[in-house]
Ligand binder design. Structure first.
Ligand code: KIV
Length: 285
């Protein structure tokens, strides 16, 4: 197990004694069928510092719309938000590949629009890759980006940016026809050159079939343990919200622990038990 020192001037976590080189996109791509890829979402420097030693991939997901900004969906998320949070996560990490979500409206119009947005993301954040949602319809754009030096993670199955056409966040691929479309989507974007594909909230058999059908790693979220890696929204895993998706295992109950801590603090303030400067100076506590 490595130890880390925190450089407070840059907020970077440095491994002790020697810096390790960051994982690369080709190294992650080569994990197909091998050691599972550990991925989590991160939106802030401090969270990146805490997660990075344990992860192969940190995704600055557009789920930050709901998690950080209290928005009703990922649809209103902007490129400015993604760039600001992407840069924060890169500053807080040294080991994992950092990928940033392309927000709704920043890439769908044309390959040229996608290139302009994705190039801005890589320049302003220092991230190594972008992720975008969609299947066959996005294959040309994905190939365009990759030929121009921008690694891309695809995203099929439940694609939250399409909530208005899907009509909700339910599991996808339940009937053979829809499963066939999702499989065709995954094949098309894998052939276009994605180095990994997120497979979200699809029935297990489809996730297994899809993982066998494509040559790049699949990263499941509510899909199957047979995917080549797994990702969840970190705040869901930590139990920061009362409601979490059905497929998320809550490893903690951070919401009630934060509430309890805030209540303790509030009680101290109200009972004037809060130490002042003079008291800290006098007692050293
Ligand atoms: O936006 C996000 O956080 C994601 C992951 C849940 C895969 O796309």
């Amino acid at each position: 197990m490595s130890t880390y020192t925190l450089d407070t001037s840059t907020s970077r976590a440095h491994p002790t004694p020697a810096p390790m080189r960051r994982l690369t996109v080709p190294k992650l791509q080569a994990r197909k069928g091998g050691e599972p890829i550990v991925a989590l979402t991160a939106y802030t420097t401090r969270m990146a510092q805490l997660l990075d030693p344990h992860c192969d991939l940190l995704l600055v997901g557009d789920s930050l719309g709901q998690v950080i900004y209290g928005l009703p969906s990922t649809v209103p998320v902007s490129l400015d938000m993604m760039c600001a949070h992407g840069a924060a996560v890169v500053r807080g990490s040294w080991h994992a590949v950092v990928a940033v979500d392309m927000p709704f409206g920043s890439y769908e119009a044309s390959p040229a629009q996608a290139f302009e947005s994705a190039a801005r993301v890589l320049k302003e954040t220092g991230a190594a890759a972008v992720k975008l949602e969609g299947g066959e319809a996005m294959a040309e754009t994905i190939a365009f980006l990759i030929r121009r030096g921008i690694p891309v993670i695809g995203h099929v199955g439940l694609t939250p940016q399409a909530v208005n056409t899907l009509g909700g966040y339910g599991a996808r691929g339940g009937d053979r026809e829809e499963a066939g479309h999702i499989l065709a989507d995954a094949r098309a974007i894998a052939a276009a050159g994605c180095f990994a594909i997120v497979v979200e909230n699809v029935v297990e058999e489809l996730a297994v079939e899809l993982t066998r059908a494509v040559s790049c790693p699949t990263i499941g979220i509510g899909a199957s343990a047979q995917c080549d890696g797994q990702i969840v929204v970190t705040e869901d895993m930590l139990g920061l919200f009362e409601r979490t998706p059905r497929f998320v295992r809550r490893h903690d109950d951070l919401a009630s622990r934060i509430g309890d801590t805030a209540a303790t603090y509030a009680a101290e303030v109200r009972s004037r038990a809060f130490p002042g400067e003079a008291e800290i100076y006098r007692t050293g506590k």
